[in-house]
Design a protein around this ligand. Structure first.
Ligand SMILES: Nc1ncnc2c1ncn2[C@@H]1O[C@H](COP(=O)(O)OP(=O)(O)OP(=O)(O)O)[C@@H](O)[C@H]1O
Length: 335
């Protein structure tokens, strides 16, 4: 158990943007030094606004924020020296080379001479960019650009690294590589990482603690296992060979719902999701009901509850539905 002061400690943050959007509504977060903490929430939940405040790029209407031992509102310059930030949009200069970008970043932080060049070369090697060091960044793949972004954030050896949606837009292979890199960074002495993500799996894989954010505040917090452990029973997922029409889908849901061992039945296209206290024991009954209804089953899986189930419980809606709603709002609303 560590007695060190938290690396990040913020509370009571509120922020309403011009136009009346309440982005934060009592947001608070505490991150222990040397740990990876995930802010998980759908698009529009307020994660980026929180990061902007903690990294001194925005001011809250109310609330407190301390980062790396400094008051982010009263001493933003001190906080800036102690943190690295990897924003959603790359800060790299596309027409400069990867190495030039790193050297410039280091100079901005007052680094000079061999300390500067050695650090740049160390990071190029570490992020598997040594061979591409002399190429313009605009020729890099998405995964390479993202790795360079993280290297830029680490150039001046920050105590706290903020990663805002580190793998959004990456293909699965590049995403896995980035996950490995972040896990490795987390093992580094003393580095605290606060990452935001709307990928449930990403938070589950990387973060020791997760705060689930919805509508500008934390709805629950804990380790991934603690959060999932709070949910009783198993998730049962069935995939049908063919999607039933609307009437048949309703009949299937009703038939399964009458069966006491399962609850929270949802039919969505070919997929049926339900919860059961004892998943493996419920499966034969579920299959029998579906057969009676004339549905052909392609596959059945039983799993421990996922973070998606946790989100549903605390936010009162499915993660994907919240994302869809946020997408529709931003597509229809002003930028
Ligand atoms: N500069 C701005 N002006 C007006 N509204 C904003 C601004 N920035 C964010 N918002 C709104 O504030 C809310 C929270 O946005 P924020 O970017 O913090 O959420 P997020 O969880 O990080 O989502 P995303 O992953 O899409 O960035 C959203 O409704 C968003 O549309």
């Amino acid at each position: 158990m560590t007695t060190a002061a938290p690396a990040v400690e913020a509370g009571g943050l509120t922020k309403t943007y011009a136009g009346g959007v309440k982005a934060l509504d009592g947001m608070g977060v505490t991150v222990a030094a040397g740990t990876v903490f995930g802010l998980l929430g759908p698009n529009g939940a307020g994660k980026s606004t929180t990061v902007k405040i903690l990294t001194t790029l925005a001011r809250p209407d109310a609330g407190t924020a301390r980062v790396a031992g400094h008051d982010a509102l009263r001493h933003p310059d001190r906080v800036r020296r102690a943190i690295g930030v990897v924003a959603q949009k790359s800060g790299a200069d596309p027409v400069a080379t990867g190495r030039e970008n790193l050297l410039l970043q280091g100079r901005l932080h007052g680094m000079r001479g061999t300390a500067l060049t050695a650090r740049a070369d160390e990071l190029l090697a570490r992020f598997d960019l040594a061979a591409a060091a002399k190429r313009q960044v605009r020729t890099y793949s998405g995964g390479m650009q993202r790795r360079l972004d993280v290297a830029l954030g680490l150039m001046h050896r920050p105590q706290v690294l903020f990663l805002d949606e580190p793998t959004t837009g990456l293909d699965p292979e590049a995403r896995t590589a980035m996950w490995q890199e972040i896990s490795r960074l987390a093992g580094d002495e003393g580095l605290t990482i606060l990452l935001t993500t709307h990928y449930l799996e990403e938070a589950d894989r990387l973060a020791e603690r997760i705060a689930i954010v919805d509508r500008g505040r934390v709805v629950t917090e804990g380790s991934p296992d603690e959060l999932k452990g709070e949910l009783r029973g198993d998730a049962v997922h069935v995939e049908l060979r063919d999607a039933p029409d609307e009437v048949d889908a309703r009949l299937l849901a009703t038939a399964l719902g009458e069966f006491a061992a399962v609850r929270e039945v949802a039919v969505d296209g070919r997929r049926i999701a339900a919860r059961a206290d004892d998943g493996p024991a419920a499966v034969p009954h579920v299959l029998a009901v579906l057969e009676q209804q004339g549905a052909t089953v392609a596959s059945v899986t039983v799993a421990r509850p996922s973070l998606d189930d946790v989100y549903l419980r605390y936010a009162g809606r499915r993660f994907a539905d919240a994302e869809e709603a946020a997408g529709a709002k931003s597509a229809g609303g002003a930028a």
